[in-house]
Design a protein around this ligand. Structure first.
Ligand SMILES: *Cc1c(COP(=O)(O)O)cnc(C)c1O
Length: 231
């Protein structure tokens, strides 16, 4: 379903207002919390509407679905983040068309992205994805495996390690949401001791953004609250 540009603008204003409200509640500077608009499955026209309402960074999960949109909207200056599962035969396209990849969770993918990121582009910004609740079917590294992969990524000349990302176990309970995010923040702080330049703690979606802000998120990934429910 496609939403009217005015509705998208209103949704964005509401999300921005909520970020300021929750940041204030937890004594944080809202300027330290960036917003990634998750546009997976949504048409280019809706991305355009959000862009015209001042939103510059967009996240996509499915390569096939995103490439036509990226090509259609080329030249606007949109910052594209890949936030889906990565198959190793897709790393060439991902490295060519995205500015960030937030879902790096194994050496093979890191090395292939590094190899395919061409010299005419700036290094690809990368977050390591952490399986913070150690869920069976979920992608991501276990927290104890983060330092080894970080050491590899830090040595890749065409990758720029920015930080950590996680999708915690779904829970409607605020304290449980906070507990997962707190574990990711501890993991981030430990990594920051070795890599002081990392700056991104990507956590928080439409249904748990308040808990994520409370625990130090620097990047919220918001889809539904901006673009409406997905089919
Ligand atoms: C879909 C998705 C989001 C956005 O989720 P909403 O609940 O729609 O805000 C954020 N991060 C990732 C990795 C996603 O796949």
């Amino acid at each position: 379903m496609s939403l009217d540009p005015d509705i998208i603008r209103k949704h964005l204003e509401k999300v921005r207002f909520d970020i300021i409200r929750h940041a204030t509640e937890y004594g944080r500077d809202p300027a330290q919390i960036s917003l990634l608009a998750v546009s997976k499955t949504k048409p280019a026209s809706m991305i355009s509407a959000a862009f015209d309402a001042g939103q510059a960074a967009f996240g996509e999960n499915y390569l096939q679905d995103s490439l036509p949109k990226i090509h259609e909207l080329a030249g606007k200056g949109i910052e594209w983040h890949f936030i889906g599962a990565i198959q190793s035969n897709k790393t060439r396209d991902i490295a060519a068309d995205f500015d960030w990849v937030q879902t790096v969770d194994r050496e093979k993918i890191a090395r292939r992205l590094d190899e395919h990121r061409t010299e005419d582009l700036p290094p690809l910004s990368v977050c390591l994805q952490v399986n913070i609740d150690a869920e069976e079917q979920k992608s991501g590294l276990l927290p104890e495996d983060v330092p080894a992969l970080a050491a590899i990524v830090a040595e890749c000349p065409r990758l720029h390690m920015r930080g950590l990302m996680a999708i915690p176990r779904e829970s409607a309970d605020f304290e449980q949401q906070r507990a997962s995010f707190r574990r990711l923040r501890k993991c981030f702080e430990a990594l920051q001791a070795d890599y002081p330049d990392i700056d991104t703690l990507s956590m928080g979606m439409s249904s748990d953004m308040r808990a994520a802000i409370a625990e130090g998120s620097t990047m919220l990934r918001i889809g539904t609250a901006i673009f409406g429910a997905r089919d």
